[in-house]
Design a protein around this ligand. Structure first.
Ligand SMILES: *[C@@H]1O[C@H](CO)[C@@H](O)[C@H](O)[C@H]1NC(C)=O
Ligand SMILES: *[C@@H]1O[C@H](CO)[C@@H](O)[C@H](O)[C@H]1NC(C)=O
Ligand SMILES: *[C@@H]1O[C@H](CO)[C@@H](O)[C@H](O)[C@H]1NC(C)=O
Length: 555
């Protein structure tokens, strides 16, 4: 219990430090002292609030004004009222860098709605479709002209943001948002969002985690190639594919050069990928390795989870203090890159570049072999994260153990059957609301009892494409569970939520919410003929526990 308490405390501290250190490191103007005082005075409930504020005048002027103010109380904190006055005089509220923007390609009654048999679900689908109107944002030109005044990174096209306190674009969220937009026949908005990511790859060499300068040093699961694939499938726009392809290859190169590991297994050489972020703050006291691994955890999109917590004997039974993200070869990252390789091959084939297509096919084949050598466990019938230090696999349940099924990245057909059997025996299907992120209740948001939309979708999509009826039925059953959970919550709160808890008193955090909407629309589209809204209410209360909202700061 003491360990738990300490962990919660560490969570809070880490969230606080993330924001401060990243700002201090990147931005001289938004110096430590201002942030420190703001945090200390507890002016805002949300630490992300202050760092998203816009400066009203040049950084040096604001710093000078702050120095004057500090001199008035040399040995103590600045009184909260004074500090508030200073902030009002020198900063604008977050969100001022956005113009309200109504997607110009939004229109009523997109076709997919007519395929939804259940009337209540069809009306709900229409309401989700309406939500795109409230999540559209356009960055003001002033951000382009005066980047020094903003934490926002300028991108040229309007975006659909996740919602809640996430007032900027996010990388992997956008894959499900774009898939939803394409179903809503908003190809222009989807096109603009993809253009923004291509713009970011050209600028940084990779796609940053999100559209703020405090995200500049890490990426997120690389879904850009699959965004382009979704867009191409919806539009058949070859010209766009031709323009995007070199940029997609540039991003792929980043993952292969900066996020890969070469290793030997049974005398054979393999290369696989991991999440790792270079340390940039050696002068701070927090252990450098831990710091790096916390950032790598944020890069994985799973921040935080027992998946990255490794105890001294190499099991997923550690605490936040034992975050070891960079010593793990994750199943889902490698499955995703395998799918990227095959998708890049298919793009080249479409454009008539047979030689390049063959190179990417070979890369996918090499990776499949490496995943089977290092991640696949024939006895258990699934793929597991591989620990580079202990040279062993981690056998805890995570939906990511089935990511290679989703990516169709395996050489033997019987592997998919084994994987379905593994899933059925895992205990993860025992919950009426969806499939939890793990079976370990660590207190972290990417663990039991939370269920996340992208993980549901990858699991369902993977199972739905298998040849066995059994797997297809399971996919449809999981789709029904997830839709019902989301629909009942919507019925009660008139909102879509970022994630869902398996507890009977549902716990949902942050309204909006981009990827939740995208996944719901995709499932309504795919399973519209059979899904039903019937059934008893499973969720009772809306809770907003402090711990979770703090952890979310690291989104
Ligand atoms: C502040 O502290 C310094 C040294 O600790 C002391 O010399 C000075 O008198 C203090 N000033 C005030 C206003 O208390
Ligand atoms: C990738 O790593 C190389 C060194 O191997 C480094 O020069 C380059 O800046 C890194 N790229 C990015 C985008 O961090
Ligand atoms: C690490 O976790 C495993 C699995 O839960 C457990 O058996 C072992 O005792 C743990 N080791 C330590 C040192 O906590």
């Amino acid at each position: 219990f003491i360990g738990r308490k300490w962990d919660l405390f560490l969570n809070i501290i880490v969230g606080f430090l993330f924001i401060i250190f990243e700002w201090v490191a990147l931005e001289i103007y938004c110096s430590g002292p201002i942030l420190h005082q703001v945090q200390e005075a507890k002016l805002f409930d949300d630490d992300k609030y202050f760092v998203d504020m816009k400066l009203k005048s040049a950084p040096a002027d604001v710093l000078a004004a702050f120095k004057l103010l500090s001199n008035e109380s040399p040995n103590s904190s600045i009184p909260a009222t004074k500090l508030k006055e200073f902030l009002d005089a020198n900063f604008e509220k977050p969100g001022t860098e956005f113009e309200t923007w109504m997607p110009t390609d939004w229109h009523e009654k997109p076709k997919f709605l007519s395929g939804i048999a259940d009337e209540k679900l069809r009306m709900w689908g229409e309401e989700i479709h309406n939500l795109w109107k409230s999540l559209g944002r356009k960055i003001q030109n002033n951000v382009k002209d005066h980047p020094e005044l903003y934490s926002q990174i300028y991108t040229p096209h309007p975006v659909v943001v996740p919602g809640g306190r996430f007032r900027e674009l996010y990388y992997w969220d956008s894959y499900w948002v774009i898939n939803g937009l394409l179903l809503s026949e908003m190809t222009e908005t989807a096109h603009g969002m993809i253009q923004n990511f291509l713009f970011l790859v050209n600028r940084y060499g990779f796609v940053p985690n999100g559209g703020r300068i405090y995200y500049e040093r890490r990426s997120q699961p690389p879904f850009l190639t699959l965004m382009v694939e979704s867009y191409y499938e919806a539009t058949k726009d070859q010209q766009f594919l031709r323009e995007a392809l070199p940029v997609l290859e540039k991003e792929y190169e980043f993952w292969m050069q900066n996020r890969s590991v070469a290793l030997k297994e049974s005398g054979l050489d393999h290369v696989l990928n991991r999440y790792i972020v270079e340390a940039d703050l050696p002068r701070y006291e927090l252990k450098q390795q831990l710091w790096m691994d916390l950032k790598a955890g944020a890069e994985s999109g799973w921040d935080f989870t027992s998946r990255w917590f490794i105890n001294s004997t190499g099991h997923n039974d550690g605490t936040l203090r034992e975050t070891r993200t960079s010593q793990i070869l994750p199943t889902d990252l490698n499955a995703l890159l395998c799918r990227n390789e095959r998708t890049l091959a298919s793009f080249h084939r479409l454009l008539g570049n047979t030689e390049s297509a063959a190179l990417y096919d070979q890369a996918a084949a090499r990776r499949t072999k490496a995943m089977e050598a290092l991640l696949w466990d024939a006895e258990r019938g699934a793929w597991f994260d591989y620990n580079l230090v202990t040279h062993s696999k981690h056998f805890e349940f995570y939906p990511s153990n089935l990511a290679p099924v989703w990516a169709r990245c395996y050489s033997q057909p019987e592997m998919e059957e084994k994987a379905v059997k593994y899933l059925k025996g895992s205990g993860a299907l025992d919950f009426p609301n969806g499939v939890p992120t793990s079976l370990r209740e660590s207190g972290q948001q990417w663990d039991y009892p939370n269920a996340w939309p992208p993980l549901q979708h990858m699991l369902i999509e993977g199972l739905s494409k298998l040849s066995s009826e059994d797997a297809k039925n399971l996919a449809s059953n999981l789709a029904q569970r997830w839709i019902k959970t989301n629909w009942l919550a919507y019925e009660k709160y008139k909102a879509m939520f970022e994630k869902v808890s398996m507890f009977s008193g549902c716990l949902f955090v942050f309204l909006g919410f981009g990827w939740t909407n995208g996944v719901a629309l995709q499932l309504l589209d795919q399973y519209g003929a059979t899904l039903t809204s019937g059934g008893r209410r499973v969720c009772v209360d809306l809770l907003l526990p402090l711990a979770v909202s703090i952890a979310l700061m690291l989104h």
